[in-house]
Design a protein. Structure first.
Length: 537
């Protein structure tokens, strides 16, 4: 009996009300199946939720919507309709006391770096071409080979280490290869000087739900309920019971009051962190799989959202902060994402993003201390006077980034091999696969898992392995309108890395941008890009 027939009596079960979980549930529900979704938190959307404080809305980091996956883009548009707005983008990089335009402008970058440093960077790059490091095991080796050691040290190293909290020598080259393949200094410089039609149009605007990404996920939650599926909030799946022969039979879940209920399920689509899934299995997974689960590491994240008594303290959507003298990694201006995120037209909501580890000094600091730190750092950066900060709040996000250290790959492979012995269990999404997926690839893995449960056969683990991400490309790969979008330039690399703030990627990316592509000019005004092509369309 296949899962499709069983589902008529027993619901499919989805762990997690983030983008992946809700997408899997939507796919199954729209095909006529009943699905139970459980979400441990108070909001749907997972890391892509929209938080609110006194009417001010903000993301866990800024979440742009961009994708090369036609199906995902079509779904986004179907879900949001007119509520999907097109946002002009302006972002800069702050490094060494200077703001670098981002996307880079060659003149600005060279001016900021100065002639001597620019020449040094050029020679270092030539050196890396003549005598590349033969074996590229780690991020520093990978980046130095493509951009030169000096550029790596000037731009990539500080930011990357700020984001990931570990030395670049401990970050695997894999990560860079997955995120920024095809990128080279020459391509980046060329794009910066001559531009690139395909690229330029893509990087100046992005799509965004007018009330933030959570708006999309609240809509999916409501659709699911309207169609007869269930979304239970503040309910945590704690145990996954199986028959020991590759079939999940039931789950145990715990609601907000602490009541534990065991439920029979037709299948299980998981988006909780992969290691947690392994530990939830009953009977327990083999020792080697449990050991692999304990080797998976994460980088955590917090955002300090401050309310500022001025409407527009700076024009950017976000600014990457490479400089090591402050701890903040990226700063968001949420009015620039959507004016409707801010309830008072005379005020703004500025989000300072910090990368940390649960339990470290930043994570453990009180909200009041973090707001004071945010005020100090905004002043150091010359962005906002402390007197103008009138209020603030802090949101902590554990396990924001799956870490690609020297152990992760073998650990994920071991777990994956075991999970694949089940015929009605899929683990998808970002932490569900311990993979650096943005929303689009998180959603695609969920769609494919749902289709597998309905009789199709897709390799869920292959998504976002072979093809690069939008943000990782550098040049003009031609895109079709349905395959749309992702940019491709140095800028994107950098931006994206930072955008996602993936520890490793960010550093790399941003670093690349700033210096690698010596093209920057500080843009003091928001690009007037309404007429430009859609980034993701
Ligand atoms: C700072 C930052 C910026 C980003 N920027 C972008 C961007 O610009 N564009 C973009 O597309 N993507 C971006 N991303 C990535 C995006 O957030 C993720 O791809 C996406 O949220 C992953 O969706 P998911 O459903 O797999 O996982 P999550 O979003 O992690 O959702 C998983 C959900 O499962 C719930 N859960 C966990 N365990 C249990 C349990 N046992 N029982 C019940 N519920 C459980 C969690 O509470 C959570 O709600 C960004 C990520 C970060 C960290």
């Amino acid at each position: 009996m296949n899962a499709l027939i069983e589902a008529q009596e027993v619901p499919h079960y989805v762990v997690g009300g983030g983008p992946a979980g809700l997408t899997a549930a939507l796919e199954l529900t729209e095909a006529g199946h009943r699905v139970d979704v459980v979400e441990a938190g108070e909001l749907v959307g997972g890391i892509a939720r929209t938080e609110q404080y006194k009417g001010y809305r903000f993301d866990i980091g800024g979440h742009r919507f961009f994708t090369k996956v036609g199906e995902v883009d079509a779904l986004w548009k179907r879900l949001m309709g007119k509520d999907f707005i097109l946002v002009p983008r302006l972002s800069r990089i702050y490094y060494g006391g200077k703001y670098y335009a981002y996307p880079l402008k060659i003149g600005n970058t060279l001016t900021n770096l100065g002639a001597v440093e620019s020449v040094r960077i050029g020679f270092s790059y030539l050196g890396s071409r003549i005598r590349p490091i033969r074996q590229e095991d780690t991020l520093d080796q990978w980046v130095s080979n493509r951009f030169g050691k000096r550029l790596f040290e000037t731009f990539f190293k500080t930011y990357t280490e700020k984001v990931w909290g570990i030395p670049c020598t401990s970050i695997q080259a894999d990560w860079a290869a997955q995120r920024i393949q095809n990128l080279s200094l020459m391509k980046a410089v060329k794009a910066a000087i001559f531009g690139d039609k395909d690229t330029t149009s893509l990087i100046e605007e992005f799509q965004y739900p007018r009330l933030g990404p959570g708006m999309m996920w609240e809509r999916v939650r409501d659709l699911l309920r309207d169609m007869g599926s269930t979304v239970r909030m503040q309910t945590r799946c704690d145990a996954v019971h199986h028959d020991g022969a590759g079939r999940v039979l039931s789950v145990s879940e715990c609601d907000a009051e602490g009541n534990v209920i065991q439920r029979e399920v037709a299948s299980l689509v998981n988006t909780m962190p992969l290691g947690r899934l392994v530990r939830a299995l009953d009977p327990p997974a083999p020792d080697a799989v449990l050991a692999a689960a304990s080797r998976l590491k994460y980088r955590d994240f917090l955002i300090v959202a401050v309310i500022v008594d001025e409407p527009d303290p700076f024009p950017d959507n976000w600014i990457y902060i490479h400089s090591p003298e402050v701890q903040v990694g990226r700063i968001q201006n949420f009015r620039s994402w959507s004016a409707e995120m801010v309830p008072d037209e005379n005020r703004s909501c500025i989000g300072l993003e910090y990368f940390c580890h649960t339990g470290d000094g930043l994570w453990s600091a009180s909200d009041a201390e973090l707001i004071e730190q945010a005020k100090r750092e905004l002043e150091v950066l010359g962005l906002v006077s402390p007197d103008n900060v009138v209020d603030g709040t802090v949101i902590r996000q554990p396990k924001a980034y799956p870490v690609y250290d020297e152990n992760y790959k073998e650990a994920v492979d071991t777990i994956r091999e075991y999970i694949e012995t089940f015929d009605n269990l899929y683990s998808v999404g970002r932490n569900g696969m311990h993979r650096y997926n943005n929303q689009d690839h998180s959603m695609l893995t969920a769609m494919l898992a749902a289709r597998n449960l309905m009789g199709e056969s897709h390799d869920v683990w292959n998504v976002n392995v072979e093809r690069s991400y939008h943000e990782e490309f550098v040049t003009s790969e031609k895109t079709t309108s349905s395959d749309a979008v992702e940019p491709t330039t140095l800028h994107d690399v950098a931006r994206e890395a930072v955008t996602e703030s993936e520890p490793s990627s960010q550093g790399v990316a941003s670093g690349v941008s700033s210096s690698a592509s010596p093209d920057g000019t500080v843009q003091e005004t928001r690009p007037a890009s309404r007429e430009r092509a859609l980034e993701n369309a």
